[in-house]
Ligand binder design. Sequence first.
Ligand SMILES: Nc1nc2c(c(=O)[nH]1)N[C@H]1C(S)=C(S)[C@@H](COP(=O)(O)OP(=O)(O)OC[C@H]3O[C@@H](n4cnc5c(=O)[nH]c(N)nc54)[C@H](O)[C@@H]3O)O[C@H]1N2
Ligand SMILES: Nc1nc2c(c(=O)[nH]1)N[C@H]1C(S)=C(S)[C@@H](COP(=O)(O)OP(=O)(O)OC[C@H]3O[C@@H](n4cnc5c(=O)[nH]c(N)nc54)[C@H](O)[C@@H]3O)O[C@H]1N2
Ligand code: SF4
Ligand SMILES: [Mo]
Length: 911
Amino acid sequence: MNQQIKSTCCYCGVGCGLLIETEDGQIVGVRGDPDHPANLGRLCSKGATLHLTAKPDNRLLHPQLRLDRNLPRQRVGWDTALDHAADRFAQIIRTHGPDSVAFYVSGQLLTEDYYVFNKLAKGLIGTNNIDTNSRLCMSSAVAGYKQTLGADAPPCCYEDIPLANCLLIAGANPAIAHPIVFRRIEDARAANPELRIIVIDPRRSETAALADLHLALRPGTDIALYNGLLNVLLGEQLVDRDYIARHTEGFDELEAIVAAYPPAAVAGICGLAETDIIKAARWFGTAGAALSLYCQGLNQSSHGTHNNAALIHLHLATGQIGRPGAGPFSLTGQPNAMGGREVGGLANLLSAHRDLANPKHRDEVAQLWGVPSVPAAPGRTAVELFAALKRGGVKAVWIACTNPAQSLPDQAEVRAALQAADFVVLQEAYASTDTATYADLMLPATTWGEKEGTVTNSERCITHLTPAVAPPGEARHDWQIAVDFARRLGTRLEQALTTKLFPYADAEAIFIEHRESTRGRDLDITGLSYALLDTAGPQQWPFPEGSSQGRQRLYEDGVFATPSGRARFVQVEHQPTAESTGDKRPISLLSGRLRDQWHGMSRTGNVARLFNLDDEPLLSMHPDDLRQHGLIAGDLAEVDSARGDIVVRVKPDVGLARGCAWLPMHWGSQFMNSAGVNTLTTSARDPYSQQPELKHAAVAVNKADLPWQLVILRKTGLGELSALTLLAKARTLLGEFAFASVGLYGRAEPLVIFRAAHPQALPESRLQEIDTLFGLGDNAAVIVYADPRRQISKRALAPDGKLTGVRLAGETQAEVWLKEVMADDTLDAELIRWAVAPIGQRPGKLPPRSHVVCKCADVTAAQITGDLAAGATLAVLQKQRKCGTFCGSCLPELRQMISGQALRASNAAVL
Ligand SMILES: Nc1nc2c(c(=O)[nH]1)N[C@H]1C(S)=C(S)[C@@H](COP(=O)(O)OP(=O)(O)OC[C@H]3O[C@@H](n4cnc5c(=O)[nH]c(N)nc54)[C@H](O)[C@@H]3O)O[C@H]1N2
Ligand SMILES: Nc1nc2c(c(=O)[nH]1)N[C@H]1C(S)=C(S)[C@@H](COP(=O)(O)OP(=O)(O)OC[C@H]3O[C@@H](n4cnc5c(=O)[nH]c(N)nc54)[C@H](O)[C@@H]3O)O[C@H]1N2
Ligand code: SF4
Ligand SMILES: [Mo]
């Protein structure tokens, strides 16, 4: 039977609505929901491929337990699993007190799941040791809003984008990380010729490519820049003195500070042109409506809170807040980062935006929950929590819906902490993540398409989700697991109130309790219900009882959530990054996201086409820096920080400033032979938000001396050689080499790609074992070439004239073109022997190398270049090839190709 169920995308905080199509109880397709206010039917490349991730193959389907760390986990039943967990937690709590256990959860849980975990820690156990991956993500935004506006409330909405005359995009790359918001920006640009876009980012990112003014500041110098902009605004009388007098406090003190930030001085600190700083300030100050969009470039900093505050100051000083098209709009990363903040799911917060430090708030929550008190001592925040786990202050940790053994900084410490823990529980949807390696108990959770509950997106908009399919295997909902465990733990701790605390029969019962906790608070949602959300659609908070709609914008009356009702200016000064570059480590390492991957790739890493743009982790650097380090594109480099080193391949990028390097965050030990970028990053953190400085580490980059290289390209089908089985096999090899990575490539019948490099050649016998592992052992369909003197050997498997596997050792040049032709099946029988030729040159007969630009319409760069050379315009390409007409994710690249073609044409005309 075919069905269509309304849901949302489980990736980013844009919170796009989608329609899940099911057939006989299986998810078979997704479409953008035309009625959802976040996206009005559009989806990006990740959202549009979600159905391809909904396969049970690599899901965690049963609880697994190990009593001995040296043995693999065994399948157990739910009762055994949860009784064991309750026994261990109860025993540890009895012996060492409630603060000896901790929970580490996630902005990807639904609000109801989150609510229960918070109550379990703070209400039942009596510890505030519950923190979340939002500490790595939004906690500086939370602290920045609270310091200035008095409450953690993004005051804007998506509809402000087309209403703005100046868009200030700071430390955010929405073209990649919030693509459907970026579509709105592109639309605004097309509709409003007056619109000025300023991008503040050390890199010429995909977003910066659209900017009218790109301020490529030195990493970590945002405060100086915003103080400098305010200095110019003041000097040119572009501040709104009336607004400042009526609605704010603390401006005089800040005015005295920013006097020391004239544009000339700021230009020196930030590495910018003075004229550009003045220009940006004028654009912002004269825009009429100025909107800022910002994200991790500001948050993931050792002064992230003040980065946020310094930017918010610009809005307060010019009265650019609480009006259409104006305001400081912090983009949330995860789909339900906002929901987590609403239930107080951080170690220093309480339900409904209450503060743990406030005794009145603690009493209110205790009363709501019916417990004598909630503990006053703040809990440990993410980095501290893992440090305490290593030292033994915390003995057991319950991790849900996050992968700390990849995403936290300074992985050597994090992994040592997980090793040192007495007991590690991991509640996961997928079977193999880096954290799974350390789990004593794994509990299978339901995930996207299977859950019921609510999520809140970046613009405070709440959507109610209902399941499209039944849970696979024995997976259970996150809230159910937490409630079942809480009840068992309560009995063991002899707390008679356990069932009273966790009476929920379904997610709605939790929602109703959460809703009540918001009564009279800034996020009051007492007027909402599942039924209303289903009939009237998603709603923005606040939505108090009796209202007929949510509020699009906050602070329209100029009254802020501070005791005086006035917004506050904070005394912010320029501060250096925690680690400075020097002779030993001269490069500042930035990290972030690629368009088609999501964090640790537990979901996106199963879909071959999501690797087509980037199929291995590449370190980008300016070509001159590469040259200076003796590196060329494709070389392997050792990247070393004070905490560890990794080997990756390098890629030139003129968009990076000299002295900066950039690495994607997605590759961990599941896809390469190290923990990835967070081997290198520092756990230095912001004093207010405790958010670590994931964006900056001082590193050295040196050419790696790994002359012997190995590449395996293996085509997979659906049978024995499924991509996932092969991936799993390939993973077993990762540890053997000085460099190794594994990934997918292609479309319907994907390739598994394994790449490795080593100081010396592997013995022939070991190579044979590896060949057998990939199904490339000796048989009639295998063609072989070997030159033992040069330590080169190659083999290709070509049954029925179709190339399905290649292994290159010692000389691997052919990989570049083989991967393309194997994915596209374009190598005819006559050319197959080229795969094992002594030198892997590209056969002259092959069409030029290309990559897929538009994945939705499957259009390659070669096709587009051909069309452009023949005079096609964007409109023609869109009409004839349909590229850039589905999700629009490829539009920035298409536009770049078009302007490149125009440039070539004009150069040709000059010549
Ligand atoms: N495709 C994809 N999208 C995602 C995610 C994903 O994994 N994949 N994750 C989601 C999540 S959880 C989050 S939090 C968001 C993150 O979304 P973004 O923050 O937009 O993305 P990032 O790539 O982390 O970093 C943004 C930019 O900050 C810049 N930057 C680095 N240092 C500085 C600095 O000192 N100052 C300034 N001004 N800029 C700096 C970087 O060069 C980078 O271009 O993305 C969400 N969307
Ligand atoms: N160097 C560097 N490091 C970073 C960042 C950076 O920019 N640079 N960004 C940081 C940021 S902003 C973030 S948000 C973090 C993200 O880091 P993580 O939270 O570690 O990232 P994910 O891979 O999304 O982890 C979510 C896990 O939950 C599982 N899961 C999915 N759905 C469900 C479900 O419904 N229930 C349960 N129980 N499990 C589920 C997934 O399989 C996945 O393993 O990384 C941070 N780390
Ligand atoms: S922008 Fe893309 S990843 Fe983000 S919610 Fe929408 S479809 Fe999902
Ligand atoms: Mo995030």
